[in-house]
Design a protein around this ligand. Sequence first.
Ligand SMILES: Cc1cc2nc3c(=O)[nH]c(=O)nc-3n(C[C@H](O)[C@H](O)[C@H](O)COP(=O)(O)OP(=O)(O)OC[C@H]3O[C@@H](n4cnc5c(N)ncnc54)[C@H](O)[C@@H]3O)c2cc1C
Length: 259
Amino acid sequence: MPKKPPLIFTVVSALNLTPSMIRVTLTAPEIAHMDSGCAGANCKLFLPQQDQTLADFMHQMQTGARSVVRTYTVRYVRTERCEMDIDFVYHGDTGPASVWAKRAKPGSFVGFAGPGLVKVTSFYADKYLVVADMSALPVAAATLEAMPEDAKGMAIFNILTEQDQQDFRIPKGIECHWIVKPDPHAASDAILDMVKKLDWPAGSVQTCIAGESGLVKKLRQELIGNRGYPKDDCYLSGYWKIGLIEDEHQKLKRAEATQ
Ligand SMILES: Cc1cc2nc3c(=O)[nH]c(=O)nc-3n(C[C@H](O)[C@H](O)[C@H](O)COP(=O)(O)OP(=O)(O)OC[C@H]3O[C@@H](n4cnc5c(N)ncnc54)[C@H](O)[C@@H]3O)c2cc1C
């Protein structure tokens, strides 16, 4: 059976939420029928070429012709207004998605497939560990906002500049660290060292950890490999990898999963 073509979403606004994060608000009539609780779920964005007309792009989507596809996170959805917010890290002009977001303005368009499943849907742990770089701030923020008021634990964020710190609801019992790391391509073990030092009393731990693949891999080894946290309690996902474009990174992840 042929795949369903992506939906066409139109840009309502594109604003600098912080210096390195662009919030693009999108609209389409189909959003009215989406799950109003899908903040934190991922989606696929099909990017038009620069200067491509809407008619040409729609034809391309309907015929299933290849296009550049990237994975993003639903930050907020307002089904009653048919609107969805997606937050894009602007990481320079090498990435088609980063560039698309930078150029997006009211009336720009993009193909959309999803949303997928929300990553962490039930909260039952004694402690929570959240780790995110800017690419994973949307999933981390949506997860923290969904946590019960009395949740306890730690959240560690890598941001590119001090002004990239965001204001969203974080339960009071979650100790929060915003670490400025201006070069996302320079590997660093600072967060791994912080996690290694955690000496939480015995009890259950749930995680929401995502960002650059190299760090996520090391955290997976520490938390599941060394500490023995059950895999089912741990959302750990590499969202991008230094030196690889998304297609190459996805291919590598698939190859590693079959090893
Ligand atoms: C489930 C999931 C959800 C995601 N949600 C979001 C989201 O909500 N917001 C978001 O901004 N990103 C998100 N990402 C990450 C995003 O898909 C990647 O960053 C993607 O590579 C961006 O595509 P691009 O076209 O800009 O760059 P690409 O063409 O893929 O890469 C170009 C170059 O940029 C580098 N690069 C890619 N991403 C980054 C980055 N974040 N920082 C620095 N260098 C980078 C690559 O290593 C490569 O060298 C998510 C990823 C996954 C798997």
